[in-house]
Design a protein around this ligand. Structure first.
Ligand SMILES: C=C(O[C@@H]1C=C(C(=O)O)C=C[C@H]1O)C(=O)O
Length: 378
């Protein structure tokens, strides 16, 4: 499947001052002084291409600071006039869109909670009709790529072609060192579905604390993401929101200077030749792996038939445990990652179970089995 979005390349609508694209600014605009002083210091670094600030803040609980509101648009206007930096704000309602457009904001972004709600995204899309303002769309809070794609499509269907996605990580019930799990595979999947879509990483919201930001920012660049949105504050220790994850403008400058920017390709002939040679080896190994998986499945099918004919259960826990132990020991000896090896074996075992279930049920598909066992259509 490919995603059919009509998108203009990032470079055609955004003047990127320095590679990589850096969007920075406070989590929340708090006072005119805070916003302007942060903006001036950010501009002075020469590394920032866009000034961001939240003025309408969706908060989990009522009673928390919900953003300074429309007055912040005036401060942003002044910050832009004084620093030359284009500005970006989050919008969550049609009214926000109208006010931001009227105030000359350059880029809008849709937050993770809004992306998760198609009604909200459609309301924003309708308010955007007839404009050509760039819109960046954060991933939804839950790891559902369809919701992310749906939001991109709704905005694109409204006629907006200057579109980008922001990868800010996903909520997870499990405790981890991240505020939001990166789940890089979802961003990679989106890029695979729509290679022309710029994806900007938001390490501030993934990490939830400033210490981890350099690691995530570098990984995002290594995964060929087009830019970074990093929250910054003149004095993070007194920030009204997200104090732990904001960095000072000078820390931002240092962080960005330390990043290694790599090219998606190399023009160096030696490098390309070597890469082709190594990839040919990988192709051969992949062919073998798939061939061997096919051979394994043929044996699994035979075992499935024996089990069916002798009324023996599909799952054989002791045998499965033995395979896991044996595989892990071998992987360890080969210095292969144990977690990866286990996941791989689990996938293979799961497929055996699926195939043998089909055999037990005389070649019936899952839907047919549900129908036959429950008497209703799946
Ligand atoms: C193939 C079998 O059936 C199942 C699948 C297994 C596998 O894929 O290796 C192992 C144990 C069983 O849970 C078997 O019993 O050997």
């Amino acid at each position: 499947m490919k995603l059919n979005l009509n998108i203009q390349p990032l470079e055609s609508w955004l003047n990127i001052k320095n590679e990589p694209l850096i969007i920075s600014g406070p989590c929340s605009a708090e006072t005119e002084e805070q916003l302007l002083s942060t903006a001036h210091l950010l501009a002075a670094t020469g590394k920032v291409s866009v000034l961001r600030a939240g003025i309408w803040k969706p908060r989990t609980r009522p009673g928390e600071f919900e953003g300074i509101g429309s007055i912040g648009l005036e401060w942003l206007k002044r910050a832009k006039a004084e620093t030359g930096l284009p500005t970006a704000v989050e919008v969550a309602t049609a009214k926000h869109v109208e006010e931001a457009l009227a105030a000359g904001v350059d880029i809008l972004w849709i937050g993770a909670r809004s992306t998760a709600n198609p009604f909200t995204v459609q309301e924003i899309a309708d308010a955007l009709k007839g404009t050509d303002i760039p819109v960046l769309i954060k991933n939804p809070v839950n790891p559902d790529i369809s919701l992310w794609i749906g939001a991109l499509e709704r905005i694109n269907n409204a006629g907006i072609t200057k579109i980008g996605a922001i990868h800010r990580g996903f909520s997870s019930y499990e405790k981890s060192s991240f505020r939001n799990e990166p789940m890089w595979e979802l961003a990679i999947q989106l890029k695979t579905l729509c290679p022309t879509l710029p994806i900007i990483n938001d390490p501030s919201h993934i990490c939830g604390n400033r210490e981890l930001i350099p690691y995530i920012a570098q990984k995002a660049l290594d995964l060929d993401m087009q830019g970074l949105m990093i929250e910054s504050h003149i004095d993070p220790s007194v920030a009204w929101t997200d104090a732990k994850q904001q960095v000072t403008p000078s820390a931002l400058e240092e962080l960005v200077s330390r990043l290694s920017v790599r090219d998606p390709e190399s023009n160096n002939a030696d490098f390309t030749d070597k890469l082709v040679e190594l990839r040919q080896k990988i192709d051969k190994i992949d062919d073998l792996l798939i061939q061997k998986l096919g051979e394994r499945m043929a044996i699994v099918e035979k075992i499935g038939e024996y089990k069916r004919d002798n009324k023996v259960t599909i799952l054989q826990v002791n045998r499965w445990d033995e395979i896991l132990k044996k595989g892990s020991a071998f992987a360890k000896a080969l210095k292969l990652d144990l977690n990866f090896t286990e996941k791989f074996l689990e996938l293979v075992h799961g497929e055996s179970i699926r195939k043998q279930t089909e055999i037990m049920n005389e070649g019936k598909t899952e839907e047919e089995i549900v129908e036959a066992t429950s008497g209703t259509k799946a």
